[in-house]
Design a protein around this ligand. Structure first.
Ligand SMILES: *Cc1c(COP(=O)(O)O)cnc(C)c1O
Length: 341
């Protein structure tokens, strides 16, 4: 059935972003985080394009996500490691776990192991074995492809970045790992954090986690929705729930088939914009679950059935809506048709 709303996804921009991040990674290889359905864009479509461009290392959160990518035959690492329930999937060999805890390490060793990655915590206190565990020999005997750690504040200029980097660098040679990996998108924009492999996610998809990346990263995602109804709202009348917008003059209003259930959040109420032919048209009133109203007075050509693009440049959209760029991407729901070019 033809969807009433769509994401236009720019495959060239995606690939160019990966090439840019690959170049910025210097001698390190550049992988790709494709968890959460490729940050909402579609993991299979994203991974296929990046694999064609030369990307060789893919990261997902769990085994369901890994299983979805299995037909592509890529090298996939599962960031959350292996629970007991995951062991059959892990044994099938279409991905390898990133071991995070002594229990996971024991579980993996107990079944004869095989290739794996390991996460070590260097200060974020989220997932990962400790530096002390490593010193005590926890990882001895493991066949480790990549030893990785994760930066807590790579999008900020704080001493913690260098502290984490130095703690991680001190582990060189302390394990059997063939490669070391620390940087996410923001970490790539720091100097000297690339080690052997980088793991960008957000910036591949047009996100800009550090101002320094703004010129280098291209936007990938455009939201388009169709007008369901056009109406003239008389001066003094209001639009939408709670009547938070009042027409200052007679206003031509288009109601679009899009709402917060599609990740077009309530923060865009009275703040977002749509555009057509370079003319910006404001979102007016409160964003509903499945509907949003646009002041189209300046674009008389629109009518019932016209498709409008919503402005979704991620840094701006995040500032306007009060959501993070990550939330905006990963909340793009299942009601869009995803159209790649
Ligand atoms: C999600 C994730 C990444 C990618 O981070 P971005 O900020 O999106 O570039 C890298 N490494 C790990 C461990 C992650 O969980």
């Amino acid at each position: 059935m033809p969807a009433p709303l769509r994401l236009r996804l720019d495959g060239d921009a995606l690939v160019q972003n990966w090439r840019t991040l690959d170049r910025m990674s210097g001698t390190a290889a550049c992988g790709a985080a494709v968890k959460a359905n490729g940050y909402g864009l579609g993991a299979i479509e994203v991974a296929n394009r990046l694999a064609d461009a030369g990307c060789r290392d893919f990261f997902v959160s769990n085994w369901q996500e890994a299983a979805e990518l299995a037909p592509l035959g890529l090298t996939v690492s599962v960031l959350h490691g292996v629970r007991e329930e995951d062991m059959p999937a892990a044994a099938a060999g279409f991905a390898r776990p990133v071991l995070n805890t002594p229990t996971q390490v024991a579980r993996w060793k107990g079944t004869g192991g095989g290739a794996c990655d390991v996460m070590v915590d260097t200060g974020i206190n989220r997932l990962g074995v400790s530096v002390d565990d490593i010193a005590a020999g926890l990882l001895d005997g493991l066949q480790i492809e990549t030893l990785m750690s994760h930066l807590a504040c790579a999008d900020e200029d704080v001493p913690m970045n260098a502290e984490q980097r130095d703690r991680f660098a001190a582990l060189a040679g302390a394990t059997a790992a063939k490669r070391m990996s620390l940087a996410n998108s923001a970490g790539i924009a720091l100097n000297g954090y690339a080690f052997d492999l980088t793991r960008p996610g957000l910036a591949l998809y047009g996100g800009v986690p550090r101002a320094g990346l703004a010129d280098a990263i291209k936007f990938v995602v455009t939201i388009e929705a169709q007008i369901l109804q056009c109406r003239r709202v008389r001066a003094g009348q209001t639009v939408g729930y709670n009547a938070i917008w009042t027409a200052p003059a007679d206003t031509e209003v288009a109601i679009l088939n899009l709402g917060y259930a599609d990740g077009y959040f309530r923060g865009f109420s009275n703040c977002g914009t749509a555009s057509a032919g370079g003319i910006a048209m404001p979102v007016i009133g409160r964003v509903s679950m499945d509907l949003v109203a646009i002041d189209v007075t300046s674009v008389p050509a629109v009518h019932e059935g016209t498709w409008l693009a919503l402005d979704f440049a991620l840094p701006d959209a995040a500032a306007v809506s009060g959501m993070s760029q990550y939330e905006l991407l990963t909340s793009l729901g299942g009601r869009y048709s995803r159209v790649w070019r």
